[in-house]
Design a protein around this ligand. Structure first.
Ligand SMILES: [Zn+2]
Length: 432
């Protein structure tokens, strides 16, 4: 397209192409990073000593064995934590090394079935001794969408898809010290997910003191990390690789986006904080239920709804009013390119900044006083060609669009609008 010749048109092209894949997940639920604290083996030293979690905005994960250790003889203390929103994950029936001839079906599936009978749908697993190979991973994948291993620094990034059957964790041992784990949380705060593996708390083995685990969880919260369970963060991360690629299909007055779940055993609900290109001023809904934007113009959608609809043409549904004044129709030559138009045209830099502010999901805004005011509108096609220039009376962007769109062919346009004196200019994508 010849429009690529100008930077202005590049901005337009970007807007059009991202419209084809309009949803972008906000990393780590809007936090600078994430931290997950996991506790293995189903030990009562954990449930006895983690009661401080009741007063914190932090959820943890317990990987329990259904046939050995404390959980197998008395599951109630862990079930009480589950009722408060903490996660119970699968750590197999008997804690055998799965790479050494264990019956994978009964060790993995057996524990999952047992947990299910207790009302717990375990979506994650941690391998005993962090032992896994391709066969073991394949067996886990039949039952769980994510599995935790260990052995490294326990940091997972946002941008490249990890091995879901072997998410690394940072193993707390008796010789470990708080400073090095704080340092890992510092690294998480620059866009990563830190997973910490613990065993006994003030008792049992690989012991971490109650004071040390409390210090580390409080530190994670103080760093504004998203402190959530292994499956919660894992599902959010996994969902982002699906939904960010999902394409939009145009509808009569907007578009729909559909996607498929990346795994049969995702959690039943995966709330996802997203930016939606082209949703500004329109109605976003899922399964017929409207999703209101957050204060920062992101939306918290339900990934497991597997679909999203954006509809409506503009900011409000106000009916189009007749243009009251003799609107001084500034008929520009339709051949004048936006980039080339003279004094009234925006500089390409201001154009790009308007365009990027829309990309960032900031609702287009014009200082409409109460009631209708005279608004200068220019409509451009996707190639940046000026199609119409008109002054209209309008009380909202949608009303302005309603008042200028007559005579245009159906399609996607960009409307630049602002006060007659050129102030408060905004650009929005519109559709007829
Ligand atoms: Zn274990």
């Amino acid at each position: 397209m010849e429009c690529f010749k100008t930077s202005l048109c590049v901005a337009f092209s970007l807007a059009v192409s991202t419209f084809a894949g309009p949803i972008t997940t906000v990393p780590w639920n809007g936090h600078p990073g994430a931290a997950t604290f996991t506790f293995d083996d189903g030990l009562h030293s954990q449930t006895n000593n983690l009661t401080f979690l009741d007063n914190m905005d932090a959820k943890v994960t317990f990987f329990v064995c259904t046939g050995t250790m404390d959980f197998s003889t008395n599951s109630q203390p862990h079930l009480n934590y589950a009722k408060k929103g903490h996660e119970i994950g699968n750590h197999t029936v008997n804690h055998k090394n799965l790479t050494q001839g264990a019956d994978l079906n009964s060790e993995i599936g057996g524990a999952a079935t047992k947990l299910r009978s207790m009302g717990l749908e375990a979506t994650s697993l941690a391998t005993p001794y962090c032992a896994q190979n391709a066969t073991v991973k394949n067996a886990i994948n039949q039952e769980h969408f994510i599995s935790r291993g260990c052995g490294g620094g326990g940091l997972t990034g946002w941008d490249s898809e990890p091995d879901w059957m072997q998410i690394d964790s940072h193993y707390w041992q008796a010789s470990s010290n708080v400073a090095s784990f704080k340092s890992s949380l510092d690294q998480a705060a620059s866009g990563k997910w830190h997973v910490q593996l613990n065993h006994g708390v003030a008792g049992n083995w690989d012991v971490i003191s109650t004071a040390d685990i409390k210090t580390l969880i409080e530190y994670a919260v103080s760093k504004k990390l998203w402190v959530a369970s292994f499956s919660t963060v894992g599902a959010y991360l996994r969902a982002h690789f699906t939904i960010d690629k999902a394409a939009a299909t145009n509808t009569a007055n907007g578009f729909t986006v559909k996607w498929t779940s990346p795994h049969a055993h995702m959690p039943k609900s995966v709330p996802l904080r997203v930016k939606i290109q082209g949703a500004q001023g329109k109605t976003v809904s899922q399964k017929g239920k409207e999703i209101k934007p957050n204060s920062d113009s992101t939306y918290t959608i339900e990934f497991m709804a597997l679909e999203l609809e954006v509809s409506g043409e503009a900011l409000s549904s106000s009916s189009s009013k007749q243009v009251k004044s003799s609107s001084s129709s500034v008929a520009s030559s339709s051949s004048s390119k936006l980039a080339e138009s003279s004094s009234s045209a925006p500089s390409s830099s201001s154009m790009q900044s308007s365009s990027s502010s829309e990309t960032n999901g900031i609702a287009p805004r014009i200082a409409f006083e109460s009631g209708a005011v005279m608004v200068h509108c220019q409509v451009f096609d996707a190639n940046g060609q000026l199609m119409m220039s008109k002054n209209v009376m309008a009380g909202s962007a949608s009303e302005a669009w309603n008042n200028v769109k007559a005579g245009l062919m159906n399609g996607v346009y960009f409307m630049r609008y602002g006060k007659i004196d050129g102030r408060n200019t905004q650009i929005i994508q519109v559709r007829k």
